[in-house]
Design a protein around this ligand. Structure first.
Ligand SMILES: *Cc1c(COP(=O)(O)O)cnc(C)c1O
Length: 364
């Protein structure tokens, strides 16, 4: 017997909502969820396997609840003089962000984001009973200091989510804007730097703003540049007291011994794991240049993906590409599609296929 959601006593505020649902299809060229499409180097894989194998022999015991070695390794990777007490981690930065909302949001509180932005923010807000408020962006999905600060003053949120660079638009956010938002907001400001490693070399991280700002939190993930999406490891840097609050809401032993061992292995080979980042940036620029040449409108990107407009029939183009085994992303912005920069071969496959669809572009 199949029961429908409507027949179940679920929370009223969850009725009618849709879960996160990026299509998961087995295709030759998957460029839809911004993964690093280069496989993990084999020698690194062997080291990770050895570490996980050793951890398996300890699985009769609960793991280190404080993931001490992992916090130390993450602090070392981030640099900026960060201390392990300033680091937190969980099963993907989505879980980190959920814990932030559990600790600092909740019923009667609000979280502000700048739409279009990462779809999970709204879902995490609804899951934690936090009001999700969206403010607009400037032309071309840019976010100026004036626009961002005006929205903070207007809505006076308990939490601000700044996605820098922004997903799904790729838009970089200047360090001046981040600093101004951090100083204008009364509550917590989370800078989601999921794609930071893909920013142009020399781009300052919000980590440089942490000193003296105990309500500023900077989240990162191993899912994108680090080529570790399947392992589920995200992390955050902030004031030790701000991080202590997350211990009130996390489940005990939330990071398994296997996850901790695997993440430590990957971090021990950070340079090798990140070796393809420059190459991915090259492919991102190639996509932008070529899409512009074909008459589409690619937006400025500081990430490993490109949002492009000027698509008359996004659904049709999406389907045409899928028929050729290429999966990209419809992100719900009319006339737009998003594509991840993959390997050179994947990028070539995408560009050749989209060139066929080019007559599909809108006439200006
Ligand atoms: C992919 C992504 C994340 C990462 O999520 P994980 O749970 O760490 O895999 C976080 N924020 C944004 C904006 C993303 O696009």
């Amino acid at each position: 017997m199949v029961t429908s959601l409507d027949d179940l006593p679920i929370r009223d505020d969850l009725r009618g909502r849709s879960p996160y649902g990026a299509p998961q299809k087995t295709v030759p060229v998957a460029l839809n969820v911004n993964e690093n499409s280069h496989p993990i180097p084999e020698d690194v894989a062997h080291d990770i396997v050895a570490r996980v194998a050793a951890a398996i022999l300890t699985l009769n015991r609960y793991p280190d609840r404080e993931f001490t070695a992992l916090r130390r390794a993450l602090a070392g990777y981030l640099g900026h003089g960060l201390d392990p007490a300033q680091i937190w981690a969980a099963n993907g930065s989505n879980e980190v962000l959920q814990q932030v909302l559990q600790a600092y949001g909740g019923p009667g509180r609000s979280v502000l984001g700048f739409a279009p932005t990462y779809s999970m923010y709204g879902l995490l807000a609804s899951g934690t009973g936090t009001e999700w408020i969206t403010a607009g962006r400037d032309d071309g999905f840019e976010l100026s200091t004036a626009t961002a600060v005006a929205a903070v003053h207007e809505h006076d949120p308990d939490i601000v989510m700044l996605c820098a660079p922004n997903n799904p638009t790729g838009t970089p956010v200047s360090i001046e804007t981040i600093e101004a938002v951090a100083d204008a907001a009364r509550g917590i400001v989370v800078v989601d730097e999921a794609y930071f490693e893909f920013a142009d070399p020399g781009t300052p991280s919000a980590l440089t703003l942490l000193a003296g700002r105990p309500r500023l939190l900077v989240s990162r993930t191993m899912s994108k540049a680090f080529a570790f999406a399947g392992a589920r490891v995200g992390y955050l840097a902030g004031d030790p007291a701000a991080i202590d609050a997350l211990r009130l809401v996390r489940l005990p032993y939330h990071l398994s011994a296997l996850t901790q061992a695997a993440a430590l292995g990957a971090l021990a080979h950070a340079t090798e794991m990140l070796a393809m980042v420059d190459e991915i940036r090259v492919q991102r620029e190639r996509i932008s240049d070529e899409l512009a040449r074909l008459g589409f409108r690619p937006y400025r990107s500081g990430s490993n993906f490109v949002l492009f407009g000027g698509v008359a029939d996004p659904r049709g183009v999406f389907e045409q590409l899928l028929e050729r085994g290429i999966l990209i992303r419809e992100i719900g912005i009319p006339g737009h599609l998003r594509v991840t920069a993959g390997t050179e071969a994947e990028t070539t496959a995408f560009l050749e296929a989209i060139a066929v669809s080019a007559p599909n572009r809108m006439t200006p």
